[in-house]
Design a protein around this ligand. Sequence first.
Ligand code: PLP
Length: 400
Amino acid sequence: MAAAPTFPAIDPPDILLYGPGPSIVHPRIYRAMMAPVVGHLDPAFLAIMNETSEMLRQVFGTQNRVTFPVSGTGSAGMEAALVNVIEPGDPVVIGVNGVFGERMCSIVERCGGTLHRVDAPWGRILPPDQIIDAMRQSGAKVVAVVHAETSTGVAQPLEEIGRAAAESGAIFVVDCVTSLSGMPIDVDRRQIDIAYSGTQKCLNAPPAMAPITFSDKALARVRGRKTPVQSWYLDVTMIEQYWGKERTYHHTAPITSVYALHEALRIVLDEGLEHRFERHRRNAQAMAAAMAAFGLELLVPEDERLWTLVTPRVPEGVDEAAIRAHLREWFHIEIAGGLGPLKGKIWRIGLMGEGSQARNLETLLGAFGHVLRQSGWEVDPGAGVSALNRYYREQYERPH
Ligand SMILES: *Cc1c(COP(=O)(O)O)cnc(C)c1O
């Protein structure tokens, strides 16, 4: 008889994660994840849940009582945000200037909403007046945009849309998956009704949960539905009874993932939001300077750029995928390529949390210069690191 096959223990390499997510996991988070699993109604766990919600309120910039992580990745947050407030036949306006706006459209159609899409070129913002016109013309019950479009590197302005939604009564949904804790969100100040995020972007925890927050206006909409929320798992009124005072069992919380998020939020608040935002802002500028030094153009105009992701165009004659393969093979560094119409045309380099640190940026830029030069692009391989250093020296005396 042949011996039963055996399987070696997993041995994944230690990769410096500079893609659009998952991002570099903070060592403190790995440590938190080794804490013992307890029952999902254990008093010790309930205290951890309350603290997690309280820290999330601070990071989102909201007083919303209903603020917690949904079990599932960022897309579960997107689905939870939309399915709870859309009923069949409801007019819904979605801004589309990248992959994640497209994904929202697909969810709207699946819940039977009447979709009104507003398109902008991939790599540019959605002009707020076009969104607002579409809201008015369609009598939108819900309007949704992506704050940080991770497929392109665009930062969407939110204030005017928030104001218009507050006036018209529409529910304003914002995808903050790639901006939460890297750029200001200010849920209450910007009159956002539902915002959601993910744990594996700027929060530097593994992918697993989707922090989300609902305003009272959004909850009133859910309570006033004529039809039940189509998703049992993502029905906020039931999840809220577990995260709120009632502590009614709905589904078993992913205990270890809550530990990870709790520690991630502690790291964010230990640093302080203002300091963290400023660090991301400066390092995004330093990266833009480094890309210019390599002779690379950025896809997004300067005043529409994210602080958490940079998207250089691939120059003519350079093999986009080969650059990524060499970074992975020679340096154990991951970056990503473009999606959809931008496939082969851009690289996507995440600058999220730990990724937006001088020491990691130096490593990335040194390696990136090396593989660019090796690919035949006539450039000084050290130009990126020099530009980074020059930027820090001239602007701020020291790295941030
Ligand atoms: C990553 C991302 C998502 C989806 O998150 P998953 O964790 O992959 O499900 C949604 N929106 C944006 C803007 C993202 O960057």
